[in-house]
Design a protein around this ligand. Structure first.
Ligand SMILES: NC(=O)c1ccc[n+]([C@@H]2O[C@H](COP(=O)([O-])OP(=O)(O)OC[C@H]3O[C@@H](n4cnc5c(N)ncnc54)[C@H](O)[C@@H]3O)[C@@H](O)[C@H]2O)c1
Ligand SMILES: O=C(O)[C@H](O)COP(=O)(O)O
Length: 354
């Protein structure tokens, strides 16, 4: 959506998935448009494919399957070729190996916990680990001191971070150099979190045993040690239904109640409906917003039944239940307050969103 014009009529954007790097989130924030995603709704699907990716690399499954599919001749000949050649595909077991998980969010936590279940030693690193995710994380997962520490310890490294300005090329030449000789790098996050030129260089030097990725690019496809899937992490019937359901529920809550759940740019704002009319206002997180809005309402002789104002970084969101209907001119006055990004009356019944 980065190059698509966003019409004035747009009230909200919902991503039926996790990553929002394809949405101009900051531009939406400045217009008071909440962007929703579906946190955790496809995490199990990605976790399962990540585990498959680890096994694909550890046991040379793709190359071995390719070899088997191309066997020629009768059964006796096939058996002879199999027993002669199978040593080419000798692998290693995951149990006892060290996995480093970068990003302990919805997916990273599940990958880390499952790897513990497979008998792996697991290190994790996430400077913004939330309390909820910490509760979900197996107590056997060890916290790495830094990303450098994580990369240096791991036999396999799995990336589960979002792509944004801070994480673009976070796995760069220096970080690749820290990885063990023969390490496996697994990327079900986004192509851009790895510096492709640096990656191709280390793959060419034979430093990594494999790069397993969900993101196909010409340069990576051309590497013999790359195992590339066509962005299939969340492509299960279950994940697609989970994501679509959560995205639709968030939109309905926002459009019908003005409530915000699962937004990546505005705070969670949930308030049981009261009064006769509800105002939903997105504003900059600066002093004096609530008092200016209240002053407009008081001047119009409108009484506040309930009010909730929450902020998140540079932005804030206010729900106000009034004891009587707000006239359109009051809404216009609120919209004209410096720092108000969007304001609307949330209709009591679905169907007319203005
Ligand atoms: N391959 C696929 O089909 C597929 C499917 C779903 C998600 N994804 C990708 O995976 C990403 C993660 O998904 P999620 O649902 O787990 O998201 P999430 O928001 O639950 O977790 C991301 C975690 O990464 C952490 N993080 C951010 N920057 C970091 C850094 N520099 N170092 C360490 N940790 C950092 C955050 O604190 C957060 O805990 C998504 O943003 C998306 O890009 C890919
Ligand atoms: O960010 C995500 O949720 C995944 O990359 C899935 O994307 P998709 O829904 O386009 O498969």
């Amino acid at each position: 959506m980065h190059s698509a014009p966003i019409p004035e009529s747009v009230l909200a954007v919902a991503r039926s998935g996790s990553g929002v790097n394809n949405i101009p989130v900051e531009a939406c924030s400045k217009r008071g448009i909440p962007v929703f995603n579906a946190p955790g709704a496809n995490a199990n699907a990605v976790k399962e494919l990540t585990l498959a990716g680890m096994l694909l690399a550890a046991r040379h499954i793709a190359a071995a399957w390719d070899f088997a599919r191309n066997l020629k001749g009768d059964d006796t000949g096939i058996q002879r070729q199999v027993e002669k050649e199978k040593k080419r595909f000798d692998g290693f077991e995951l149990a006892g190996k060290t996995l480093g998980v970068l990003g302990l969010g919805a997916i990273g936590v599940q990958v880390a916990n499952s790897a513990i279940g497979l008998g792996m030693r697991v290190y994790g690193f996430d400077p913004s680990l939330t309390v909820n995710r910490a509760w979900q994380l197996s107590s056997s997962v060890i916290g790495a001191g830094s990303i450098d520490d994580l990369l240096a310890r791991a036999d396999l490294i799995s990336l589960h971070i979002p792509l944004n300005d801070q994480t673009n090329h976070v796995i760069d030449k220096q970080h690749l150099a820290l990885m063990k000789q023969g390490a496996i790098l697994i990327n079900f996050s986004r192509a851009g979190v790895v510096d492709e030129a640096a990656l191709v260089a280390v793959l060419g030097e034979g430093k990594l045993r494999a790069y397993v990725t969900d993101f196909a690019t010409r340069a990576v496809l051309d590497q013999p040690h790359a195992i590339v899937l066509p962005h299939l992490g969340a492509s299960t019937a279950e994940a697609e239904v989970n994501c679509a359901t959560l995205a639709a529920e968030s939109l309905v809550d926002f459009l019908e109640q003005g409530e915000i759940r699962n937004s990546v740019n505005f705070p969670k704002v949930v308030m049981p409906r009261g009064g006769r009319a509800r105002l939903a206002i997105a504003n900059e997180n600066v002093p004096g917003m609530v008092s200016q809005i209240s002053a407009v309402l008081a001047a119009a002789n409108l009484n506040i039944d309930n009010l909730l104002n929450k902020s998140r970084d540079k932005y804030a969101y206010t729900l106000i239940d009034l004891n009587s209907e707000a006239p359109p001119e009051t809404l216009q006055l609120i919209r004209s307050i410096k720092g108000v990004l969007s304001a609307r009356i949330v209709p009591k019944s679905a169907g007319s969103f203005e």
